[in-house]
Design a protein around this ligand. Structure first.
Ligand SMILES: Cc1ncc(COP(=O)(O)O)c(C=O)c1O
Length: 401
């Protein structure tokens, strides 16, 4: 340890999230800047041939070739590993890049995977279509039913994929119970933690092996980048990285820099988002035009007790069922003035989508039924705006149905 470098003496594990996101990466590039520099270079110069050999031979080297690593990636990785409590992290060009790379690393022909009936649509496609093409058997289970996970386990079960809360209906998976089933049998558990964020939920603390994020959502937080993050052990990260460099889902240095900037305010934003979403969910429950509100923070959510046990806050996303059908739901969404009709979630701006309209182009009716998406569902992602302005916009749109 260099006693003249105070950063070397910082114990990151002792820092609270608010401090970690600001200072957790301070010394990573050690280049004297306060704001992080963007290393906009695809390749890095070696000082001599011996150093080149060392760079080429080092796994996950941050200054060799940007598909392999980049100094800005390094900063994001450091903060994310600390936030999720894992040994290390990897970054990818999108959340799907992270999910696909992880699954293609960890399973092989002849293996069996257990996943949920409700997953983000592209993850569901990997389970339904891609893995079976490569000779991997997949069983989909109702995620709220832990006995269904147990019943699905086979001698060749290699991996359990969970997503909680699940897109779009906010059903919760009991993460600790899944780990309890998986661990004694040597089954790897992968959790998509996108809908919670590491501020609201830390699956690795409950024993999950790989924690994945679409960093396009809360982590970036401003709807201006796409990125993915994989938080895991050194051993699994090394294996996943080997696939990553072949698949090439690379995060651009600019997007990594934007992600880093987004991370600085993550705890602040999540605090506001949690408060806004809970207040709006309660407000919506009182409106006569609403059939049902689904939000894990509401006592009316069927898994509220479980949500309270494994989450520290309940996030941005509220699912609503509007009284009526497809047409009434379309009218509600169109009448919103402040809240744009746009996909994605977890950013500073509130966003709304009519779930059936979003997915009817890419899912069959059967797939929509399996995923639990009736025609009158709305997904509302609550941002950091003033709560009274959000309430007013929602109210006038409900009255316009
Ligand atoms: C839960 C979840 N996982 C993964 C993804 C995919 O992330 P990306 O769009 O960054 O590829 C999404 C995107 O909406 C998502 O909601």
């Amino acid at each position: 340890m260099n006693k003249h470098d105070p950063h070397e003496q910082l114990n990151l594990d002792e820092l609270r999230d608010e401090t970690l996101v600001v200072h957790g990466d301070d010394w990573v590039t050690n280049d004297g800047t306060v704001a992080p520099a963007i290393y906009y270079s695809a390749t890095f110069r070696a000082q001599n041939s011996a150093q080149f050999a060392e760079m080429a031979g080092t796994s996950r080297h941050p200054r060799y070739y940007t598909r392999y690593g980049n100094p800005v990636h390094e900063r994001v990785k450091k903060i994310m590993a600390e936030l999720e409590g894992t040994e290390t992290a990897l970054v990818t060009g999108s959340g799907m890049g992270a999910i696909a790379t992880t699954l293609l690393t960890l399973v092989s022909a002849g293996d069996h995977v257990i996943a949920q009936t409700r997953h983000y649509m592209s993850t569901a496609k990997i389970m339904d279509e891609m893995l079976p093409r490569f000779g991997v058997e997949v069983t989909l289970v109702e995620q709220a039913d832990i006995l269904a996970f147990e019943a699905a386990i086979r001698p060749n079960t290699k991996l359990i994929m969970v997503e909680s809360p699940a897109n779009p209906t906010l059903v919760i998976t009991d993460l600790a119970a899944v780990v309890e089933l998986a661990r004694p049998r040597g089954i790897i558990v992968v959790a998509d933690n996108t809908f919670a964020s590491p501020i609201n939920q830390r699956p690795h603390d409950l024993g999950v092996d790989v924690v994945i994020h679409s960093a396009t959502k809360y982590l970036g937080g401003h709807h201006d980048l796409t990125a993915g993050v994989i938080c895991t052990s050194e051993e699994l990260a090394e294996r996943i990285w080997q696939t990553h460099i072949s698949i090439g889902s690379v995060l651009s240095p600019m997007d990594a820099w934007l992600l880093l900037r987004g991370l600085r305010t993550l705890p602040l934003r999540i605090e506001r988002i949690n408060a806004n979403a809970l207040a709006l969910a309660k407000f919506l429950e009182e409106q006569p035009q609403i059939e049902r509100v689904y939000y894990p923070g509401l006592p009316s959510h069927p898994q509220h007790e479980l949500a309270k046990r494994q989450m520290r806050g309940f996030g941005a996303v509220i699912a609503l069922a509007i009284k009526g059908g497809y047409e009434e739901t379309q009218r509600f969404v169109s009448a919103l003035k402040l809240i744009p009709n746009a996909v994605s979630l977890g950013g500073i701006d509130s966003l709304v989508v009519h779930t059936a309209a979003m997915w009817e182009g890419v899912m069959t009716e059967e797939q929509m039924r399996t995923a639990g998406i009736p025609p009158n569902y709305v997904r509302l992602s609550v941002g950091i705006e003033h709560i009274e302005d959000l309430k007013a916009d929602v109210l006038q749109a409900l009255q316009a149905i």
